[in-house]
Design a protein around this ligand. Structure first.
Ligand code: 6MZ
Length: 363
C-alpha cells in the first residue's frame, strides 16, 4: 500500500521532536468531532476556575496529564471528578464553553461538535436544562462575536447513570434539537466503560434515533466490551468513539467488524488520549493504522484537549509522523471528515466549498 504505514517515526512521545508545524492554523481547516466540554478546559481556564474557588484546594496537577505522563483510564475518570467540582455554576459553564470554543478556533478548527453531560448541582441551583441552555448561549455568544467556527452540540449520556437518566437526557436533547436552531444535533454515549451496560441504554438510544438525533457512541474503549458493542452496533450508531478493540487485529470479533464496515460507520480516533489513558500501548500501535489502511472513514479528534494537554493540530501531526502520512494524505484525511459531521447537508456543502477554495493555498 502507499499509506506509508511502515515509515513510523522513531519517537512520537515528545512533540518537540515532531517535524516543523506545517499544519499551521491558517493552512489546515480542521473539524473536531469528538471533544468532551469538561475534558477540554485549558490550563488558563482552570487557573481562572481555581481563582473562583480557592477553598477547594485544587491544583493543576489534579486536572491535567502532562507530557510523557500516563494514567490508567480509571485515574482519568478521577480527573473529570475534580474538574466537575470546579465547574458547577452557570457562570462557570458559560466561561468554560466560550473559552473552549475560542481555543479550538485559534487552533484552526472551522467546525466543532462539542459534547457534554448535563449536570444538576443542587448547591448552586444548576439544572440540566439550564446546563444545556448555557452551552447553547456560549455557542451563540461566540457566533455574535464573530469567532470563525461553526459549533454544534451533542448532549451526552453518562453510561453509569442507567436507564432512567438516559431516557430523561434523550427527551431533553429532543426538546433542544427542535428549539436550538439546529445547534443540538445528537447524543453521545460516554463515561467510564467499566461501569454499566449498553443493554440498559438501548431503549433510550433507540428513542433518540427515532426522533432524528444523531448517535455517537463510545464503543469498545476497553477490551471487555465486545458483546455490548455487538448489541449497540445493531442500532446502528452514526459514529463510533474510539472503537479501540473493534478491529480483528486487536481482538475484535468478525461480527462487530462486519457491522462497522457494512454500515460504513465513521470512527472518531483520539491518539494522545488512548496512549495517555493506557488503552493503547504506544502511538505506532494505535488502531488508526488498521482502519486507515482499509480506507474506512476515520476522523482524528482530541477527546479531552485540556486533560490530555493536546490540540487538534498536534493530533494531526502525531498521526502524520507516526504513520508517515504525506501532506496530501493529511489534507485528504481532514477533508473526508466533512462527510462525517452531524450538521445538515447544506453545511457539508459549505465546508466542501471552503476546501476547494483553500487547497491551492496549501499546496
Ligand atoms: C469515556 C469520557 C472520556 O461531559 O462533563 N469522557 N468517557 N471515555 C473517555 N476517554 C478518556 N473522556 C471524557 O466532560 C467530561 C465527561 O466526558 C466523558 C466522561 O463522562 C466525563 O465525565 P463533560 O463535559
Amino acid at each position: 500500500s502507499d499509506f506509508g504505514l511502515t515509515k513510523e517515526a522513531s519517537s512520537t512521545q515528545d512533540t518537540a521532536k515532531l517535524p516543523v508545524k506545517w499544519t499551521s492554523p491558517e493552512a489546515l481547516r480542521e473539524k473536531e468531532l469528538h471533544a468532551h466540554l469538561n475534558g477540554s478546559v485549558s490550563f488558563e481556564t482552570i487557573e481562572k476556575l481555581i481563582g473562583r474557588k480557592p477553598h477547594l484546594n485544587i491544583e493543576h496537577g489534579m486536572t491535567a496529564i502532562g507530557k510523557g505522563q500516563r494514567r490508567t483510564l480509571d485515574e482519568c475518570f478521577q480527573v473529570f471528578k475534580v474538574i466537575h467540582q470546579l465547574v458547577d455554576t452557570e457562570e462557570d459553564i458559560l466561561m468554560v464553553a466560550k473559552d473552549v470554543i475560542k481555543e479550538f478556533a485559534a487552533d484552526g478548527v472551522k467546525y466543532l461538535e462539542l459534547r457534554s453531560t448535563p449536570r444538576e448541582e443542587k448547591s448552586t441551583g444548576l439544572t440540566k436544562k439550564r446546563y444545556i441552555e448555557t452551552v447553547i448561549k456560549a455557542i451563540q455568544l461566540c457566533k455574535n462575536e464573530g469567532v470563525d467556527i461553526d459549533v454544534r452540540f451533542l448532549v451526552a449520556i453518562d453510561r453509569r447513570n442507567g436507564t432512567e437518566v438516559a431516557v430523561e437526557t434523550v427527551k431533553l436533547a429532543e426538546e433542544f434539537m427542535l428549539s436550538s436552531d439546529g445547534l443540538v444535533v445528537g447524543i453521545d454515549l460516554s463515561g467510564d466503560p467499566t461501569v454499566g451496560h449498553g443493554k440498559d441504554l438501548l431503549p433510550a438510544l433507540q428513542m433518540a434515533k427515532n426522533c432524528g438525533l444523531k448517535l455517537s457512541l463510545h464503543l469498545s474503549e476497553i477490551q471487555s466490551q465486545l458483546e455490548e458493542s455487538d448489541l449497540l452496533l445493531d442500532l446502528p450508531p452514526d459514529r463510533i468513539g474510539h472503537g479501540t478493540f473493534l478491529h480483528p487485529d486487536v481482538g475484535g470479533s468478525q461480527s462487530v467488524f462486519d457491522k462497522v464496515v457494512k454500515n460504513n460507520i465513521p470512527l472518531e480516533l483520539c491518539l494522545t488520549s488512548n496512549v495517555k489513558g493506557q488503552t493503547v500501548a504506544c502511538y505506532s500501535k494505535h488502531h488508526f493504522k488498521y482502519w486507515y489502511h482499509l480506507g474506512h472513514p476515520s476522523v482524528i479528534c482530541t477527546d479531552d484537549k485540556g486533560v490530555f494537554c493536546t490540540d487538534l493540530s498536534q493530533e494531526y501531526q502525531l498521526a502524520a509522523s507516526t504513520f508517515g502520512l504525506s501532506r496530501e494524505a493529511v489534507w485528504e484525511l481532514s477533508q473526508q471528515a466533512i462527510d462525517c459531521i452531524f450538521a445538515p447537508d447544506a453545511v457539508k456543502q459549505q465546508l466542501k466549498q471552503k476546501w476547494i477554495d483553500l487547497k491551492p493555498q496549501v499546496f
